[in-house]
Structure formats: C-alpha cells, structure tokens
Ligand binder design. Structure first.
Ligand code: ACO
Length: 421
C-alpha cells in the first residue's frame, strides 16, 4: 500500500517562537526573525486549504473540503501556524480515522487548537493520532471481520463499469452501521452547506448506504427522516394507517466517486423504495443545493417520461392545479417540484400554454411583492423571471436522455409498474 501522499516527512524542524520587541529568535535555530515575521497574515492559514482529506485503499486519493466553518469558525481561518497541513485520512472500507497535524512553526500563545477542534467532530477514542503504522495495523485488523449490512437491509443493486454496487437501508440506531456512521458523518459537514450531525439515538432517522459489493467500500450515503403526515381523521384513528413524508436530509457521494452516475442511481433507489412503501405519501428534500437540484430534476423527469406521463400533460389549454395535485400524489413528488416538472414537460412538448402556465405560478408565488407595482413594471418583472426560468429548464431538459422507449422501461422500472398511466 502507498501512503506517502498523506503523511510524507516533515521537512521542517519543530520550532518554538518567542516574541520579542523588534527582533525575535526562533528557538532551536540560529535564525533571527524580522518584525515582518510577526504580521498576523503570516500566521494565518485557510482551513479549507490546510485540511487534506484522504481515502486510502490500494492507493491514497487526496481531496480538499468545501466547508470547514462548522469546525474552524465562520472565517474558515486558523491562526498561529506556518505551513499548516492537517491530514485527515480514512481507510476506504472501515473509515477508521487518522489525524496528523503538521506545520513549520507555531506561536507559543494565542494559536487555535487545530487538532482539538477536529477531534471534537470525530468519534471519541477512535482516532489514531500521528502513528501511521498503528493506524494501518488497526484498520487491516478491522477489515478482516468487516461486513456489509445484513441482506434484509438490501434495497437495490446495480452494475457500473462492470463493478457491482448495492444500496442498503438501516436505522441510524442499527448496530451494523452505527460505528461507520459515527466515523463518516464528518463528510456531511465538510461537503454539505449548513449540515449538522443527526441524533444517533432517534430511530426515525434512516440511512441509505451505497457500497461497492466487491470492495466493501462506502461510496456515499443519504440521511433521511420520516415526518408524520396528517391526512385526515380517518387515518389518524387507525395507527396502522399512519402516513409519512420521507425527507432527504443529507445526500452525499464521496468525492472520488462523484460524476460517474452513482448519485443518480442512489436517488432512484431511494425513490423506488418509497414509491413501493404505502405509508410514504411524498418525498421532500431539505435545503437542496444546485447540484442536487439538477440531479433531482433530471431523474424525476426521466421517471415521468418512463411512466408515459409526458403524453398525459395537456398540450393545449391550462393545466389545472386540481389535475396537477391528483397526479403529483401518485408520483409522491412534492408540490413545487411537481409544478416545475409539469412546466418543463410543457416546454419540451412545445405547448403554447407554457408561458402562461409559468407566469401564473410566478404571479401567485410573488403576489405580495408584485401587487403594488404599476402594471407595466409588473409585466416586465414577470417576463424577466419567465425568461430566466425558461433558460434553466432548457439547460436541464437538454441533459436528459429521453431516448429509452417507455414500453421497454415498463419492465425495468418498479415505479412504472406501481403507477398506472
Ligand atoms: C439535500 C442535500 O443534501 S443537498 C447537498 C447535495 N450533496 C452535495 O453537494 C455533496 C457533494 N456532492 C455530491 O455528493 C455529489 O456530487 C452529488 C450528490 C451532488 C451528485 O452525485 P454524483 O454521483 O456526482 O451525480 P451523478 O454522477 O449521478 O451526476 C452528476 C454529473 O455527472 C454526470 N455523469 C453521470 N454519469 C457519468 C459518467 N459515467 N461519466 C461521466 N459523467 C457522468 C452527470 O451527467 C452529471 O452531469 P452534470 O455535472 O452536468 O450535472
């Protein structure tokens, strides 16, 4: 195994700085420091650049986080070190964590606690510090008995470039994946804006795991929550009939595996699972970002296409909210998302009503701010918003592959069997 990219040898001797009036002496060396060496900028590092994350298998893949503010504060800066590198490495199977903080010089006083801050977000007494050989030894031993979740948790499987992948569903409290989740959850903080740790003792949290079956590596995961959905007194009085909204909270494909189609497969596996679950009324998403919105739009459109829904959207005339509502319930898609999808389909179908349909929705949504405007200004604002939205729809629809014949896909897509056209 090659671990060099992670650790390397510290080319600088450990130095202690003693502050003096005009010049300073670097303890342990004969160097004399000038006043410029005490400017705060010299001792300040970007925590996003300093933190190097590695996933180690036969080789090590290193990448940087997108966010570190939950760990190092809103400014994402660390004070008190020069040439700071924070190595955070995981074995790609067990995710046994390893931390090694390196720098060429540090201030005696006032410096940030780089290691302590990071360790407070990793499982206590589980991290191997600095001793790489010990870490390798630990994860190799763990790998000998490491198992994927039990077969009854399996919800989907697929092949990608000849490799087999599997999606499993477990409760957050499930012992088979609890340790893995404790180790891996820091990825949510580092790659999803505004993410926070979920309550590991709340059994309503479920995690959908994506694993490589051949290598047992975790490729990504999704944390989800079931929210009680009051659908009227009839079902309320029958506990066996209780309905839920399934909410996708944190959806992540680990960086080395992104852009290969895994996110799309995982999203589709989740949706198919919930379509089959009669207790789930609709699927919602918590604070989706632009990348996730893109993936969701593409996959939702593809699913509707394969269910021959495109032909059911009226080509002429208004598509009424009653019609939209009854259909969206069958597909378990949330209201705003389903309205957008219907509009995209109208655009794709070259419906003459597309512009009016979009403007009507935008008008209702922005009624409070539009109503006080003079009519010409209001029309102008609506037209500008419409053009922006239409451009975005074109971009999304252009990425979709609608070549698959619906008749073929009826046999492949579990959703297609469930939803009758
Ligand atoms: C609710 C929330 O959690 S919002 C936060 C979402 N999560 C994050 O932002 C965390 C970091 N990012 C990620 O985890 C991932 O990038 C995700 C979840 C956003 C997307 O997952 P991915 O596996 O990368 O998606 P997937 O590969 O299916 O599609 C992404 C792109 O790769 C392209 N792609 C798909 N298959 C392939 C392939 N075989 N080869 C090359 N490109 C491919 C897709 O067309 C798509 O292209 P686009 O960038 O033009 O949109």
């Amino acid at each position: 195994m090659i671990f060099n990219p992670i650790i390397g040898s510290n080319k600088y001797p450990y130095m202690k700085i003693t502050m003096m009036n005009a010049n300073a002496v670097v303890a342990g060396s004969n160097d004399t420091m000038s006043i410029a060496d005490f400017q705060p900028a010299i001792w300040t590092s970007s925590s996003n650049s300093a933190l190097k994350i590695s996933l180690v298998s036969d080789n090590a893949i290193q990448f940087s986080p997108v966010f570190t503010y939950p760990i190092y504060g809103d400014s994402e800066q660390i004070y008190g070190y020069q040439d700071l590198v924070i190595h955070l490495a995981f074995d790609s199977v067990t995710f046994k964590p390893f931390v090694n903080v390196k720098y060429s010089a540090k201030l005696d006083e006032g410096r940030d606690d780089v290691e302590g801050r990071l360790l407070s977000f990793l499982p206590k007494d589980d991290v191997v510090l600095k001793d790489e050989a010990k870490w390798v030894d630990c994860f190799q031993k763990e790998q000998e008995t490491y198992k994927l979740p039990p077969q009854d948790c399996l919800i989907d499987e697929y092949l990608l470039d000849g490799e087999a992948f599997a999606v499993y569903r477990t409760k957050v409290t499930d012992p088979s994946t609890k340790e893995l989740h404790r180790r891996i959850q820091i990825f949510s903080l580092l790659f999803i804006e505004a993410a926070s740790y979920i309550d590991q003792d709340d059994p309503n949290w479920e995690i959908f795991w994506l694993f490589s079956k051949d290598h047992k590596q975790c490729i990504g995961y999704v944390t989800t929550y079931k929210l009680w959905h009051y659908t009227g007194s009839a079902s309320f009085d029958q506990p066996e009939n209780i309905k839920y909204r399934a909410r996708i909270s944190q959806f992540i494909i680990l960086p080395p595996y992104q852009g290969k189609g895994h996110g799309s497969h995982l999203y589709e596996a989740l949706f198919s699972h919930w379509i089959k679950d009669d207790s789930v009324t609709e699927v919602t998403v918590e604070d989706p970002n632009e990348n996730f919105d893109d993936l969701r739009d593409r996959k939702d459109l593809q699913r509707l296409y394969e269910n021959r829904f495109f032909n059911q959207v009226a080509k002429d005339g208004e598509v009424s909210q009653e019609w939209i509502e009854s259909n969206r319930m069958r597909y378990k898609i949330e209201k705003r998302q389903f309205n957008r999808l219907v509009e995209m389909i109208m655009m794709h179908n070259n419906s003459p009503q597309f512009r009016l349909q979009v403007k009507r929705r935008l008008y209702i949504k922005n009624y409070d701010s539009l109503i006080d405007m003079p009519e010409s200004e209001r029309k102008d604002a609506l037209q500008k918003s419409f053009l922006l939205l239409a451009d975005d729809y074109k971009r999304i629809v252009a990425k979709c592959k609608f070549s698959k014949r619906a008749t073929e896909s009826d046999n492949q897509n579990p959703c297609a069997k469930k939803i009758k056209g």
